[in-house]
Design a protein around this ligand. Structure first.
Ligand code: SF4
Ligand code: SF4
Length: 389
Protein backbone atom coordinates (compact mmCIF):
# COMPACT_ATOMS: atom_id res chain seq x y z
CA UNK A 1 0.00 0.00 0.00
CA UNK A 2 1.24 3.48 -0.83
CA UNK A 3 2.00 5.58 2.23
CA UNK A 4 -0.38 8.36 1.21
CA UNK A 5 -3.25 5.84 1.18
CA UNK A 6 -3.07 6.18 4.97
CA UNK A 7 -4.59 9.64 4.56
CA UNK A 8 -7.88 8.01 3.55
CA UNK A 9 -8.02 5.82 6.64
CA UNK A 10 -8.62 8.78 8.94
CA UNK A 11 -12.32 8.79 9.89
CA UNK A 12 -12.09 12.23 11.60
CA UNK A 13 -13.20 10.79 14.94
CA UNK A 14 -10.90 13.11 16.90
CA UNK A 15 -9.71 10.49 19.42
CA UNK A 16 -6.17 11.65 18.71
CA UNK A 17 -6.80 15.26 19.67
CA UNK A 18 -6.36 14.95 23.47
CA UNK A 19 -3.01 13.20 22.93
CA UNK A 20 -1.47 15.97 20.84
CA UNK A 21 0.65 18.52 22.73
CA UNK A 22 0.36 21.19 20.05
CA UNK A 23 -3.42 20.90 19.85
CA UNK A 24 -3.71 21.00 23.64
CA UNK A 25 -1.49 24.10 23.77
CA UNK A 26 -3.18 26.02 20.95
CA UNK A 27 -6.70 24.60 20.56
CA UNK A 28 -6.21 24.88 16.79
CA UNK A 29 -7.51 22.10 14.53
CA UNK A 30 -4.68 22.83 12.09
CA UNK A 31 -2.23 21.99 14.87
CA UNK A 32 -3.88 18.65 15.64
CA UNK A 33 -3.11 15.24 14.06
CA UNK A 34 -6.50 15.18 12.33
CA UNK A 35 -6.00 18.71 11.01
CA UNK A 36 -2.51 17.97 9.75
CA UNK A 37 -3.68 14.82 7.97
CA UNK A 38 -6.44 16.86 6.37
CA UNK A 39 -3.96 19.51 5.21
CA UNK A 40 -1.51 16.94 3.80
CA UNK A 41 -4.39 15.29 1.95
CA UNK A 42 -5.44 18.62 0.42
CA UNK A 43 -1.89 19.16 -0.88
CA UNK A 44 -1.47 15.60 -2.15
CA UNK A 45 -4.80 15.85 -4.02
CA UNK A 46 -3.80 19.21 -5.49
CA UNK A 47 -6.54 21.19 -3.71
CA UNK A 48 -4.06 23.29 -1.75
CA UNK A 49 -0.48 24.44 -2.09
CA UNK A 50 2.32 23.66 0.34
CA UNK A 51 2.93 27.21 1.47
CA UNK A 52 2.16 29.87 4.08
CA UNK A 53 -0.04 29.04 7.05
CA UNK A 54 -0.56 25.47 5.89
CA UNK A 55 3.16 24.79 6.10
CA UNK A 56 3.37 26.48 9.46
CA UNK A 57 0.68 24.13 10.83
CA UNK A 58 2.52 21.09 9.53
CA UNK A 59 5.88 22.33 10.78
CA UNK A 60 4.48 22.78 14.29
CA UNK A 61 4.21 18.99 14.79
CA UNK A 62 6.68 17.77 17.42
CA UNK A 63 6.74 14.29 15.84
CA UNK A 64 6.03 12.61 19.17
CA UNK A 65 3.76 9.98 17.54
CA UNK A 66 1.42 9.82 20.52
CA UNK A 67 -1.52 10.31 18.13
CA UNK A 68 -0.78 6.94 16.52
CA UNK A 69 -1.41 5.10 19.78
CA UNK A 70 -4.87 6.66 20.18
CA UNK A 71 -6.11 6.11 16.64
CA UNK A 72 -8.80 3.41 16.28
CA UNK A 73 -8.20 3.30 12.51
CA UNK A 74 -4.50 2.67 13.02
CA UNK A 75 -3.44 5.63 10.86
CA UNK A 76 0.36 5.57 10.63
CA UNK A 77 0.74 9.31 11.06
CA UNK A 78 4.54 9.20 11.36
CA UNK A 79 4.99 7.46 8.02
CA UNK A 80 2.62 9.83 6.22
CA UNK A 81 4.31 12.86 7.74
CA UNK A 82 7.77 11.63 6.76
CA UNK A 83 6.67 10.79 3.22
CA UNK A 84 5.14 14.24 2.90
CA UNK A 85 8.34 15.80 4.26
CA UNK A 86 10.35 13.90 1.64
CA UNK A 87 8.08 14.97 -1.20
CA UNK A 88 7.91 18.64 -0.15
CA UNK A 89 11.32 18.82 1.46
CA UNK A 90 12.24 22.36 0.40
CA UNK A 91 8.87 23.74 1.43
CA UNK A 92 8.84 21.86 4.75
CA UNK A 93 12.36 22.91 5.65
CA UNK A 94 11.70 26.54 4.82
CA UNK A 95 9.56 27.23 7.90
CA UNK A 96 11.93 26.54 10.80
CA UNK A 97 14.22 23.61 10.05
CA UNK A 98 16.62 25.36 7.72
CA UNK A 99 17.48 27.80 10.50
CA UNK A 100 17.91 25.26 13.32
CA UNK A 101 19.61 22.68 11.10
CA UNK A 102 22.42 25.13 10.49
CA UNK A 103 22.93 25.46 14.21
CA UNK A 104 22.54 21.75 14.98
CA UNK A 105 24.89 20.68 12.18
CA UNK A 106 27.45 23.21 13.32
CA UNK A 107 27.25 21.97 16.92
CA UNK A 108 27.53 18.37 15.74
CA UNK A 109 30.62 19.03 13.62
CA UNK A 110 34.11 18.12 14.91
CA UNK A 111 34.87 21.69 15.95
CA UNK A 112 31.32 22.31 17.16
CA UNK A 113 31.46 19.36 19.55
CA UNK A 114 34.63 20.75 21.09
CA UNK A 115 33.32 24.24 21.57
CA UNK A 116 29.78 23.11 22.48
CA UNK A 117 30.22 23.76 26.24
CA UNK A 118 30.51 27.47 25.42
CA UNK A 119 27.17 27.37 23.58
CA UNK A 120 25.38 27.97 26.85
CA UNK A 121 26.38 31.61 26.51
CA UNK A 122 24.09 31.80 23.46
CA UNK A 123 20.95 30.25 24.89
CA UNK A 124 19.47 28.16 27.68
CA UNK A 125 18.43 25.49 25.15
CA UNK A 126 21.98 25.03 23.96
CA UNK A 127 23.28 25.19 27.50
CA UNK A 128 21.07 22.31 28.63
CA UNK A 129 22.29 20.22 25.68
CA UNK A 130 25.80 20.29 27.07
CA UNK A 131 25.12 20.32 30.79
CA UNK A 132 27.15 17.21 31.73
CA UNK A 133 30.75 16.07 31.35
CA UNK A 134 32.41 14.85 28.13
CA UNK A 135 32.22 11.08 27.46
CA UNK A 136 35.03 10.90 24.86
CA UNK A 137 37.35 8.88 27.13
CA UNK A 138 34.60 6.33 27.89
CA UNK A 139 34.09 5.19 24.27
CA UNK A 140 36.27 2.73 22.34
CA UNK A 141 36.48 0.39 25.36
CA UNK A 142 35.23 -2.93 26.64
CA UNK A 143 34.04 -3.00 30.25
CA UNK A 144 34.37 -6.25 32.20
CA UNK A 145 31.35 -8.10 33.53
CA UNK A 146 31.24 -8.79 37.27
CA UNK A 147 30.01 -11.99 38.87
CA UNK A 148 28.31 -14.66 36.76
CA UNK A 149 28.50 -13.73 33.10
CA UNK A 150 25.07 -12.84 31.68
CA UNK A 151 25.93 -11.65 28.20
CA UNK A 152 27.84 -9.23 25.96
CA UNK A 153 26.11 -6.04 24.96
CA UNK A 154 26.97 -2.96 22.92
CA UNK A 155 26.12 0.30 24.65
CA UNK A 156 24.69 2.83 22.23
CA UNK A 157 26.18 6.22 22.99
CA UNK A 158 27.97 8.49 20.59
CA UNK A 159 30.81 10.88 21.21
CA UNK A 160 29.96 12.37 17.79
CA UNK A 161 26.51 13.54 18.83
CA UNK A 162 25.90 16.55 21.00
CA UNK A 163 22.97 14.80 22.73
CA UNK A 164 25.32 12.14 24.16
CA UNK A 165 28.73 13.73 24.19
CA UNK A 166 27.92 15.66 27.37
CA UNK A 167 25.88 13.09 29.29
CA UNK A 168 28.71 11.59 31.32
CA UNK A 169 26.80 10.79 34.52
CA UNK A 170 24.22 8.73 32.60
CA UNK A 171 26.86 6.82 30.64
CA UNK A 172 28.92 6.14 33.76
CA UNK A 173 25.80 4.96 35.59
CA UNK A 174 25.00 2.62 32.66
CA UNK A 175 28.49 1.13 32.76
CA UNK A 176 28.40 0.54 36.51
CA UNK A 177 24.87 -0.90 36.59
CA UNK A 178 25.27 -3.16 33.56
CA UNK A 179 28.69 -4.60 34.45
CA UNK A 180 27.52 -5.15 38.02
CA UNK A 181 24.63 -7.14 36.63
CA UNK A 182 26.96 -9.49 34.78
CA UNK A 183 27.14 -7.88 31.33
CA UNK A 184 30.32 -7.26 29.40
CA UNK A 185 29.72 -3.83 27.90
CA UNK A 186 31.31 -2.91 24.59
CA UNK A 187 31.29 0.81 23.78
CA UNK A 188 32.29 1.24 20.13
CA UNK A 189 32.65 4.58 18.38
CA UNK A 190 29.04 4.76 17.25
CA UNK A 191 27.85 7.67 15.15
CA UNK A 192 24.73 9.66 16.04
CA UNK A 193 21.66 7.41 15.61
CA UNK A 194 20.44 9.74 12.85
CA UNK A 195 17.07 10.67 14.36
CA UNK A 196 17.70 14.44 14.55
CA UNK A 197 18.68 14.42 10.87
CA UNK A 198 15.77 12.33 9.65
CA UNK A 199 13.23 14.33 11.63
CA UNK A 200 14.58 17.57 10.20
CA UNK A 201 14.48 16.41 6.58
CA UNK A 202 18.19 15.56 6.25
CA UNK A 203 17.34 12.10 5.00
CA UNK A 204 20.60 11.34 3.20
CA UNK A 205 22.69 12.22 6.22
CA UNK A 206 20.44 10.05 8.42
CA UNK A 207 20.86 7.13 6.02
CA UNK A 208 24.65 7.54 5.98
CA UNK A 209 24.74 7.46 9.78
CA UNK A 210 22.54 4.36 9.82
CA UNK A 211 24.93 2.60 7.43
CA UNK A 212 27.91 3.60 9.56
CA UNK A 213 26.34 2.24 12.74
CA UNK A 214 25.34 -0.96 10.97
CA UNK A 215 28.87 -1.62 9.79
CA UNK A 216 30.32 -0.84 13.26
CA UNK A 217 27.97 -3.41 14.74
CA UNK A 218 28.72 -6.03 12.10
CA UNK A 219 32.43 -5.68 12.82
CA UNK A 220 31.85 -6.20 16.54
CA UNK A 221 30.35 -9.66 16.17
CA UNK A 222 28.87 -11.58 19.05
CA UNK A 223 26.85 -8.98 20.90
CA UNK A 224 23.57 -10.17 22.37
CA UNK A 225 21.88 -6.77 22.31
CA UNK A 226 22.34 -3.10 21.57
CA UNK A 227 21.49 -1.34 24.81
CA UNK A 228 20.37 2.28 24.90
CA UNK A 229 20.96 4.06 28.21
CA UNK A 230 17.55 5.74 28.51
CA UNK A 231 16.89 7.51 25.25
CA UNK A 232 13.56 6.67 23.68
CA UNK A 233 14.47 8.75 20.62
CA UNK A 234 17.70 6.85 19.86
CA UNK A 235 16.05 3.51 20.61
CA UNK A 236 13.15 4.20 18.24
CA UNK A 237 15.55 5.22 15.48
CA UNK A 238 17.83 2.20 15.95
CA UNK A 239 14.81 -0.11 15.90
CA UNK A 240 14.13 1.15 12.36
CA UNK A 241 17.39 0.05 10.83
CA UNK A 242 19.25 -2.36 13.12
CA UNK A 243 17.25 -5.27 11.79
CA UNK A 244 18.37 -8.61 13.19
CA UNK A 245 19.71 -6.96 16.36
CA UNK A 246 17.93 -6.74 19.66
CA UNK A 247 17.68 -3.03 20.52
CA UNK A 248 16.54 -2.40 24.07
CA UNK A 249 16.62 0.11 26.88
CA UNK A 250 18.98 -0.70 29.75
CA UNK A 251 16.02 -1.16 32.09
CA UNK A 252 14.43 -3.65 29.69
CA UNK A 253 17.63 -5.66 29.72
CA UNK A 254 17.51 -5.84 33.50
CA UNK A 255 13.83 -6.73 33.64
CA UNK A 256 14.55 -10.42 34.25
CA UNK A 257 16.31 -9.65 37.52
CA UNK A 258 18.51 -7.13 39.25
CA UNK A 259 21.55 -8.44 41.09
CA UNK A 260 22.82 -7.28 44.44
CA UNK A 261 21.20 -5.16 47.10
CA UNK A 262 19.25 -2.02 46.30
CA UNK A 263 19.85 0.74 48.83
CA UNK A 264 17.34 3.32 49.96
CA UNK A 265 16.81 6.36 47.74
CA UNK A 266 14.36 8.42 49.72
CA UNK A 267 13.10 10.89 47.16
CA UNK A 268 9.88 11.61 45.32
CA UNK A 269 10.14 12.00 41.56
CA UNK A 270 7.54 13.38 39.19
CA UNK A 271 7.54 11.18 36.09
CA UNK A 272 7.33 12.38 32.48
CA UNK A 273 7.57 9.66 29.83
CA UNK A 274 9.76 9.80 26.77
CA UNK A 275 7.42 9.79 23.76
CA UNK A 276 9.43 7.44 21.65
CA UNK A 277 10.16 5.09 24.57
CA UNK A 278 6.40 4.91 25.11
CA UNK A 279 4.93 5.19 21.61
CA UNK A 280 7.51 3.28 19.57
CA UNK A 281 9.67 1.10 21.85
CA UNK A 282 6.80 0.60 24.30
CA UNK A 283 9.23 0.19 27.18
CA UNK A 284 8.13 2.92 29.62
CA UNK A 285 6.26 0.52 31.93
CA UNK A 286 9.32 -1.72 32.29
CA UNK A 287 11.46 1.24 33.28
CA UNK A 288 9.05 2.21 36.06
CA UNK A 289 8.68 -1.41 37.20
CA UNK A 290 12.42 -1.74 37.70
CA UNK A 291 12.65 1.53 39.60
CA UNK A 292 9.69 0.64 41.81
CA UNK A 293 11.91 -2.03 43.45
CA UNK A 294 14.10 0.70 45.01
CA UNK A 295 13.30 1.19 48.69
CA UNK A 296 12.15 4.68 49.62
CA UNK A 297 11.69 5.88 46.05
CA UNK A 298 8.30 7.39 45.27
CA UNK A 299 7.35 7.72 41.61
CA UNK A 300 4.52 10.10 40.83
CA UNK A 301 3.57 10.18 37.13
CA UNK A 302 2.33 13.57 35.94
CA UNK A 303 -1.38 13.54 34.98
CA UNK A 304 -0.13 14.25 31.45
CA UNK A 305 2.98 12.01 31.66
CA UNK A 306 1.98 10.37 28.38
CA UNK A 307 1.70 13.68 26.49
CA UNK A 308 4.91 15.04 24.94
CA UNK A 309 6.78 17.81 26.81
CA UNK A 310 7.65 19.50 23.47
CA UNK A 311 11.36 19.17 24.11
CA UNK A 312 12.22 16.84 21.23
CA UNK A 313 13.17 17.61 17.69
CA UNK A 314 14.68 20.99 18.64
CA UNK A 315 11.13 22.15 19.23
CA UNK A 316 11.82 24.96 21.73
CA UNK A 317 14.19 26.48 19.17
CA UNK A 318 11.60 26.16 16.41
CA UNK A 319 8.32 26.99 18.15
CA UNK A 320 9.15 28.80 21.34
CA UNK A 321 5.59 29.92 22.15
CA UNK A 322 4.01 26.47 21.91
CA UNK A 323 6.95 24.82 23.68
CA UNK A 324 6.63 27.32 26.53
CA UNK A 325 2.87 26.76 26.79
CA UNK A 326 3.38 22.99 27.00
CA UNK A 327 6.10 23.45 29.58
CA UNK A 328 3.94 25.80 31.69
CA UNK A 329 1.34 23.04 32.01
CA UNK A 330 4.00 20.49 32.91
CA UNK A 331 5.45 22.88 35.50
CA UNK A 332 2.02 23.31 37.10
CA UNK A 333 1.54 19.54 37.27
CA UNK A 334 5.05 18.94 38.62
CA UNK A 335 4.71 21.56 41.37
CA UNK A 336 1.30 20.23 42.43
CA UNK A 337 3.00 16.90 43.25
CA UNK A 338 5.67 18.59 45.43
CA UNK A 339 8.43 16.26 44.26
CA UNK A 340 12.16 16.43 45.00
CA UNK A 341 12.96 16.08 41.30
CA UNK A 342 11.79 14.86 37.92
CA UNK A 343 12.38 11.53 36.20
CA UNK A 344 13.10 11.87 32.47
CA UNK A 345 13.76 9.06 30.02
CA UNK A 346 15.44 10.83 27.12
CA UNK A 347 18.04 13.59 26.62
CA UNK A 348 15.59 15.82 24.73
CA UNK A 349 13.07 15.65 27.60
CA UNK A 350 15.89 16.59 29.95
CA UNK A 351 16.60 19.73 27.92
CA UNK A 352 13.01 20.88 28.30
CA UNK A 353 12.20 19.69 31.84
CA UNK A 354 15.34 21.12 33.37
CA UNK A 355 13.77 24.57 32.87
CA UNK A 356 11.25 23.73 35.62
CA UNK A 357 14.05 24.31 38.08
CA UNK A 358 14.12 20.95 39.89
CA UNK A 359 16.86 18.32 39.50
CA UNK A 360 16.18 15.98 36.59
CA UNK A 361 17.29 12.34 36.89
CA UNK A 362 17.48 9.44 34.48
CA UNK A 363 16.38 5.91 35.53
CA UNK A 364 19.96 4.63 35.33
CA UNK A 365 21.22 7.39 37.59
CA UNK A 366 18.63 6.43 40.22
CA UNK A 367 19.52 2.74 39.98
CA UNK A 368 23.20 3.61 40.27
CA UNK A 369 22.49 5.75 43.34
CA UNK A 370 20.57 2.88 44.90
CA UNK A 371 23.38 0.35 44.34
CA UNK A 372 25.96 2.79 45.67
CA UNK A 373 24.01 3.25 48.90
CA UNK A 374 23.82 -0.46 49.76
CA UNK A 375 26.40 -3.05 50.76
CA UNK A 376 27.51 -4.13 47.30
CA UNK A 377 31.10 -5.14 47.64
CA UNK A 378 33.17 -3.45 44.89
CA UNK A 379 30.14 -1.80 43.29
CA UNK A 380 31.33 1.52 41.96
CA UNK A 381 34.52 0.22 40.32
CA UNK A 382 34.58 -0.58 36.64
CA UNK A 383 37.42 -2.16 34.71
CA UNK A 384 38.02 -1.53 31.03
CA UNK A 385 40.36 -2.48 28.22
CA UNK A 386 40.68 -0.86 24.78
CA UNK A 387 38.31 -2.13 22.14
CA UNK A 388 40.41 -1.18 19.16
CA UNK A 389 43.85 -2.70 18.71
S1 SF4 B 1 3.11 13.46 16.23
FE1 SF4 B 1 2.66 14.44 18.23
S2 SF4 B 1 2.64 16.65 17.79
FE2 SF4 B 1 2.50 15.58 15.80
S3 SF4 B 1 0.31 15.43 15.36
FE3 SF4 B 1 0.88 13.52 16.42
S4 SF4 B 1 0.49 13.93 18.62
FE4 SF4 B 1 0.52 15.93 17.56
S1 SF4 C 1 -7.82 9.18 15.83
FE1 SF4 C 1 -7.16 8.44 13.80
S2 SF4 C 1 -9.06 8.31 12.61
FE2 SF4 C 1 -9.54 9.56 14.41
S3 SF4 C 1 -9.17 11.69 13.73
FE3 SF4 C 1 -7.26 10.99 14.65
S4 SF4 C 1 -6.06 10.18 12.92
FE4 SF4 C 1 -8.19 10.34 12.22
Amino acid sequence: MKVFDELYRCVHCGFCLPTCPTYLATGLEGKSPRGRLHLMKAVVEGRAEAKGKLLEYLDSCVYCLRCETACPSGVRYGEVYEEFFKKYKNEMQSVSYRRVNLLFNLLNSKIGLRIAPYAKILSQELGSMVSGGDISDLVGKVYEAKGDFRGRVALFVSGDCVAWRYRRSIVEAALRVLTWNGYEVVVPRFACCGAPYRHSGQFEKAEALAQRNLSILKELRGVDAVVVPNSGGCQAELLRYLRGFKVIDAAQLLADGLRGVLGEVKIKLAVQHSCHLMNVAKAHDVVLKILSKIPGLVLAPLPSADVCCAGGNMYPLRHRKIADAVLAKKREEVLSLSPDGILAESPSCLQQLTKIGLPVYFPLEILDMSYARAENNGYPEIRARPLYG
